[in-house]
Design a protein around this ligand. Structure first.
Ligand SMILES: *Cc1c(COP(=O)(O)O)cnc(C)c1O
Length: 458
């Protein structure tokens, strides 16, 4: 018999999690104004809100914490991080930041001006937020297949080169400071971008003299998918694939809370000394001196170690197979999940799940609330709430996909937990036809409203 996959780690320390009753959960979610971000973590049994900063560090990372150098300038921890970035990603220059959006803030302070256009595959919410905050526009050039949850395309994160070239051709080039390629593409379902596509985006952009920036939070998962799905890469190591990927980028922003398996941290990787100089000024203003940028020495050490561990095939294989395990369980119940299953999360197609809730009543959010009440599992809406209003017309934007995302923290839960989640969602699915109304907004912020929005039942 073929041996099944199993985790490439064993457990040394555990943390208790609390179950609750349905009555308690009904009360808590109402007190939270039906926003799952407002729940206290002890009101949650299994937390799939995000895989960001929620991973379990290894014994080696914890050892590195003890070796952290907290010197203000020139700490050895800075050099450890610099070496890891040089060795794995091959960027000559780097700036530490406290997390991914801080890297965006610093880099975009140099690159993005009012009236600019920033094309890419689907931009992540904070990335789009930082673009729109500067009165520039993010343009989604993802391939059409990405918007159909039932098509089994291996690289649904790919940029549509025709759409991208249209943007390049039809606008003054000085208005396009960069193209951003998100690897893997979070907003379209944790879907990877192929090496071929990365290369073509780079070549096309060079032709027009436009910078290519990778939003790199899950670059290692992207490399894993290239290895297992793209012809010609099956015998290459993850580290070799990562090097080739980044050879097609001029700079990168990174949320290290994902594939570097730390609880907090981020950075910018750069090749151009002049751009590094300009960004350094904003780093000092917003984050901290350029050799710590909002991070403790011990955190930089753990991050450096995390970059090595996060790019090991065995780690990625067991992680991504756990995500697939949950996806397969859900499919066996007939639940409409986005296929193929992506890197860090399972996405449920909420419009297919509920077919009688109007889109104005936040379909995916309704599903997140129902799942929580059913089971104490916390997932997150990736739909109309997250899409915000149009910055000009202030109308709600209705994205093509209304998704419920269940993100799996790295090295944290077992497959028994995944099974619990699957059965919980199956129970909601069984009573889906009895649910025909959703929610309405009673309070919201101007930008990134989903974090603080308050809702009420229709
Ligand atoms: C998480 C994430 C960010 C933002 O990073 P934070 O560390 O949460 O600030 C940006 N882009 C992508 C693709 C992400 O997944």
């Amino acid at each position: 018999m073929k041996l099944p996959y199993a985790e490439n780690h064993k457990i040394k320390m555990v943390e208790s999690i609390k179950r609750s009753t349905r009555t308690e959960r009904e009360k808590w979610i109402k007190e939270a104004n039906f926003n799952l971000f407002n729940l206290r973590s002890d009101q949650v049994y299994i937390d799939l809100l995000t895989d960001s900063g929620t991973g379990a560090m290894s014994n080696k990372q914890w050892s590195e914490m003890m070796l952290g150098d907290e010197s203000y300038a020139g700490a050895s921890s800075y050099y450890k991080m610099k070496n890891a970035i040089k060795e794995i990603l091959e960027f000559e220059y780097f700036l530490p930041t406290h997390q991914g959006r801080a890297a965006e803030n610093v880099l975009f302070s140099v690159l993005v001006k009012e009236g600019d256009l920033v094309p890419g595959n689907s931009h992540f919410d904070t990335t789009k937020g930082h673009i729109e905050f500067r009165k520039a526009r993010a343009i989604d050039c993802t391939i059409d297949e990405a918007f159909d949850t039932t098509i089994e395309h291996p690289f649904k994160g790919n940029v549509d080169l025709n759409k991208l070239e249209e943007v390049y051709k039809n606008n003054p080039i000085e208005k396009i400071p960069m193209v951003i390629v998100t690897v893997t593409c979070n907003s379209s379902g944790g879907q990877p971008v192929s090496m071929q596509n990365l290369k073509e985006v780079y070549q096309l952009s060079k032709k027009y003299g436009i910078k290519v920036i990778f939003d790199s939070a899950r670059f290692a998962e992207n490399a894993y998918f290239i290895k297992v799905r793209e012809k010609g890469y099956e015998n290459k190591s993850i580290k070799e694939i990562v090097k080739e990927m980044f050879s097609y980028a001029d700079a990168m922003t990174m949320s290290s809370k994902k594939d570097a398996i730390v609880n907090m941290g981020g950075f910018i990787g750069l090749r151009d000394k002049e751009l590094f100089r300009k960004a350094s000024m904003f780093n000092i203003m917003f984050e901290g001196y350029i050799t710590y940028g909002g991070m403790s020495g011990r955190d930089m050490n753990a991050l450096a170690q995390g970059l090595y561990e996060g790019t090991e095939f065995d780690f990625l294989d067991s992680r991504i197979k756990q995500v697939e395990f949950l996806g397969d369980r859900l499919k066996s119940f007939g639940i409409p999940v986005l296929v193929p299953t992506g890197g860090h999360a399972i996405f449920v197609d909420a419009k297919k799940f509920f077919n009688n809730i109007p889109k104005e009543q936040y379909i995916a959010q309704t599903l997140a609330i129902e799942l929580y009440i059913e089971s104490g599992v916390r997932a997150v809406e990736i739909g109309t709430l997250m899409a915000d209003r149009d910055p000009v017309t202030r109308e709600n934007r209705y994205p093509e996909l209304e998704l419920l995302r269940m993100a799996i923290p790295r090295r944290v839960y077992t497959n028994n937990h995944m099974d619990y989640v699957a059965v919980a969602l199956a129970n909601v699915y069984e009573r889906r036809n009895k649910i025909s109304t959703g929610f309405k907004i009673i309070k919201e912020a101007q930008i990134l409203r989903h974090f603080t929005v308050e809702l009420e039942r229709v």
